[in-house]
Design a protein. Structure first.
Length: 47
């Protein structure tokens, strides 16, 4: 039988990302452009 590796909510750690990580993700999302054309999806990074 498979083991269940879940933890209770009291054992979970709260993670706090660094400011640099947040800034990187925000800048990346601002530069990302997604274009839908018919059934295709084009992702471009405007750098």
């Amino acid at each position: 039988m498979a083991k269940n590796y879940t933890t209770s909510s009291s054992e979970m750690k709260i993670l706090f990302p660094k400011t640099e990580t947040i800034n990187f993700l925000l800048n990346y999302s601002k530069a990302l452009s997604v274009i839908n054309y018919k059934r295709m999806k084009f992702e471009t990074l405007l750098n």
